[in-house]
Ligand binder design. Structure first.
Ligand code: BMA
Length: 343
């Protein structure tokens, strides 16, 4: 397999970056992380809640501290725009086997808040699901076998089952290189997962040549579940673009619409990115520039959809769009859409 080069990408015109971006930066957080990004965001018990990833290092020198220092922070907000970070990280999983927990995603199901997360362990990278009622105590309900991450939960049981999207990393069977797709599994109890199906492959997304994975947990609309995904393209001619010597990837956010009764059926998908890196906080001065990593999506009663995304692996940003415009964007791509592998 060779990498076809994707070339220039721009964001959809229906998307509006918030003028106060970034809505959360390292300088806002009292315990001095160097990067705050890839947050899960939801509305829970009357307020907006954000669980974000803290990485540490020296932005001036461009050095990062060991992965083991990564932890999760917590912020609350009354409006989803102005955030109050709490004085200390909310979850550091102290276990002999655990190296770090990161990339949280929050979904409220039947009044309880569930958090999916990635966890690097001494024996592989696993995807986990925890439940919390207060963001102080997290009870782990399930952990996948390696290598799997970017799990997100649907906000409802569908046909009586909990449903999640996920992105396993089959390095051997997809040509010995990144070629990672989005899958779906279901569960009777959030602990045991099965009936796994391929949902969206790299080949189906015109602006990806490397991997496609779940973004923010899906939101329910009358036309189906709207959900973002991250789409990654690699260009071997790219050089230094951030703190590392070489960063050849670009992460954009895509959007698709899934069937309400059978979410393994893609009704439509935008053929171009919803968010491509363009703003200065997305393309300059970050740890890894040109990374858009959506992790939170909230449908307001007004029809406004708030989309939260990590930017350049360094700050957390907000963009908004009208729900009808997002649906239209997906439905315009419906006719040409081919489904995933249905086995
Ligand atoms: C992915 C994950 C994300 C990160 C992205 C870009 O593989 O590690 O947490 O935002 O790479 O660096």
């Amino acid at each position: 397999m060779t990498d076809k080069t994707i070339g220039e990408l721009t964001s959809s015109s229906i998307l509006h970056r918030h003028p106060l971006n970034p809505v959360l930066s390292p300088k806002d957080v009292p315990y001095h992380p160097a990067m705050v990004f890839n947050a899960g965001v939801t509305k829970f018990q009357g307020q907006y809640v954000m669980v974000f990833r803290n990485d540490y290092g020296d932005a001036q020198k461009g050095t990062i501290e060991p992965h083991s220092t990564t932890n999760l922070g917590l912020a609350y907000s009354d409006d989803g725009v102005n955030w109050k970070p709490q004085p200390a990280p909310c979850w550091i999983w102290n276990d002999e086997e655990v190296i770090r927990v990161y990339d949280p995603r929050l979904t409220v199901i039947e009044g309880r808040c569930y958090m999916c997360f990635a966890v690097d362990t001494k024996h592989g990278l696993r995807g986990g699901i925890a439940v919390t009622d207060d963001f102080a105590k997290f009870d782990v309900l399930s952990l996948s076998v390696p290598d799997n991450r970017n799990m997100v939960l649907f906000p409802d049981r569908i046909g009586g089952r909990y449903v999640r999207l996920e992105r396993p990393m089959p390095v051997y069977s997809r040509g010995g290189m990144d070629r990672f797709d989005t899958w779906m599994s279901e569960s009777p109890d959030l602990a045991y997962w099965g009936n796994s199906k391929l949902l969206l492959s790299v080949e189906q997304v015109p602006f990806a040549n490397d991997k496609v994975g779940p973004g923010a947990p899906p939101i329910k609309t009358d036309k189906g579940y709207l959900t973002t995904f991250h789409a990654v393209d690699i260009d071997r001619s790219r050089g230094k673009n951030g703190w590392e010597d070489r960063w050849q990837k670009r992460y954009t956010a895509g959007i698709m619409l899934l069937d309400k009764e059978d979410p393994s059926r893609i009704i439509g998908m935008s053929k171009s990115p919803l968010i491509a890196p363009e703003a200065s906080y997305e393309t300059e001065g970050g740890f890894r520039n040109d990374v858009i990593f959506p992790g939170g999506m909230i449908l307001e009663e007004t029809g406004e959809v708030k989309i939260y995304y990590g930017s350049a692996d360094t700050v957390e940003c907000l963009a908004t769009a009208d729900v009808d415009d997002l649906l239209k964007l997906c439905l315009e791509g419906a006719e040409e859409q081919e489904g995933g592998n249905r086995i």
